[in-house]
Design a protein around this ligand. Structure first.
Ligand code: NDP
Ligand SMILES: N[C@@H](CC=O)C(=O)O
Length: 431
């Protein structure tokens, strides 16, 4: 089909929608040489026509009526950038059912309904692409599905949320307060419409579910991922981590082990010499380990208007090429295995904890004895000078231990009168 003009519709004209519009304008001259076709945004679905009018050359492109898009046979591609589950899910399904290709950045949706959407695309022989849903501007979905397809992947992990990485960077480097750093991340367009999704680790959890599914060819959904956010991280944790030669990063980890898939998101201490420790601001980085490629790392902006638009437009161009070639990419659902997902209690890690204990002889020995009872070895212990009320602060790093055993030890310990408070408990990445 020699289409000179390929028409698309944008749903949502917020941070990323506006970015896509701008990138397409900048690419106007290059599309014919690059693709052999011109992509034209025929309609933009918005809720408030007046608010959006200032952002477009021709306000006639704006609509608040979805039917004008789904029922328009000239529109080949729908770009969903509304976010959230509904009405995004219904719009995407209706678009696919109408034979339209779909591009989305919506990880909330894919992490739960990915299979349903990919199946619908398959039935209707259209593309459903979502490169921007994980790690913003970094290409990672297509590399995993295509360039790295000759591997059995053992691990895919990294920093996959720009907002929290920005907040932790500002707290570490500039001593900024958590709430001020979050306000700035929101202003810069990094945060989700409800930033709770970022700071509580949910957004990263959705990305880990998607990454694990694609990397291990087995469906992992949002509910399979164990999640902790960064809201409890204090300046003191960051200071102690630094003293121990580490930084604190919100890491998303997916491992393909013989006993099943491990999938979790949590703030972790990572040695400052590790490449991930120097991934700062809204940058993301994803490490993959495969049996053929060994290690590979992908690095770039994980959030924001133009970096995210870059990934969306890449998908759009791919679809335009497929339309020109009269085919669709045929790399829909790649989950052909059914691997179990392990419980967090059965994973192994080292732990960092900060406790306020009674300041008297024998307390450290008591603590070590409790840990030993549950098979937890202490690798490093720091006791700070006595504080007011005859208490002292103790920082402990354990050797690698099963999470379930560590938790039981902590329950036992925190019930003892010598332990006044468990101030923080964080995992440590690596061996
Ligand atoms: N921002 C980022 O850095 C990244 C975002 N994403 C994902 O991209 C998607 C869009 O995010 P982002 O642009 O940041 O979000 P925004 O909140 O900035 O934009 C969403 C837009 O959708 C509009 N909208 C909501 N509901 C409807 C509806 N029913 N009909 C028409 N328009 C609607 C909103 O309108 P109104 O203005 O009226 O509220 C808003 O303008 C999300 O899925 C997000 O998770 C992915 C990677 C990075
Ligand atoms: N809120 C997200 C946006 C991109 O996915 C983030 O901060 O990473």
């Amino acid at each position: 089909m020699d289409k000179k003009i390929i028409r698309a519709a944008l749903l949502g004209f917020g941070t990323v929608g506006t970015g896509v519009y701008k990138v397409l304008q900048k690419q106007k001259e290059d599309m014919i040489p690059k693709l052999g076709s011109q992509i034209e945004i025929k309609k933009i679905l918005v809720r408030n026509l007046e608010k959006a009018a200032a952002k477009v050359e021709d306000p006639a492109v704006l609509t608040n009526n979805w039917d004008e898009i789904v029922n328009d046979p000239e529109i080949d591609i729908v770009i969903e950038l509304i976010g959230g589950i509904e009405p995004a899910r219904s719009y995407i399904l209706a678009a696919l059912n109408a034979g339209k290709h779909v591009v989305t950045a919506n990880k909330d949706l894919i992490a739960v309904y990915g299979k349903e959407l990919l199946d619908a695309a398959e039935v209707h022989h259209v593309d459903f692409l979502f490169e921007a849903a994980v790690a913003g501007g970094i290409p990672i979905i297509r590399p995993l599905k295509e360039c790295l397809a000759g591997n059995h992947m053992a691990e895919v992990m990294g920093i996959v949320n720009g907002t929290t990485n920005f907040i932790l960077t500002k707290m570490t480097q500039d001593g900024m307060e958590f709430k001020d750093a979050l306000a700035l991340a929101t202003e810069l367009g990094y945060a989700e419409a409800d930033p709770t999704a970022d700071i509580e680790g949910l957004d990263a959890g959705r990305k880990v579910a998607i990454l694990a599914s694609v990397a291990f060819n087995s469906r992992v959904v949002f509910d399979d991922v164990y999640i902790e956010g960064i809201t409890k991280i204090t300046a003191k944790d960051i200071k102690y981590a630094k003293e121990m030669g580490c930084d604190i990063k919100l890491l998303g980890v997916a491992k393909n082990t013989e006993e099943g898939i491990e999938a979790y998101v949590c703030p972790m201490l990572i040695p400052s010499s590790h490449p991930l420790a120097s991934v700062n601001d809204s940058y993301n980085a994803v490490f993959v380990n495969g049996d053929a490629v060994e290690n590979a790392m992908f690095y770039g902006r994980g959030a924001g208007e133009l970096p995210t638009a870059s990934a969306v437009v890449g998908d759009l161009f791919d679809i335009a090429r497929n339309i020109k070639a009269n085919c669709c990419a045929r790399i829909g659902c790649t989950c052909y295995k059914e691997l179990p997902v392990k419980k967090m209690a059965d994973t192994y890690s080292r732990y960092f904890m900060r406790l306020i204990v009674e300041d008297r002889c024998g307390v450290l020995a008591e603590m070590t004895a409790v840990f030993a009872k549950y098979g937890v070895s202490v690798a490093q212990i720091i006791q700070r000078a006595a504080r007011a009320e005859e208490s002292a602060e103790v920082v402990v790093i354990t050797a690698k231990v099963r999470e379930g055993d560590f938790r039981t030890a902590m329950e036992d310990l925190s019930g003892r009168s010598s332990v006044r408070k468990v101030s923080s408990m964080l995992r440590v990445y690596g061996e």
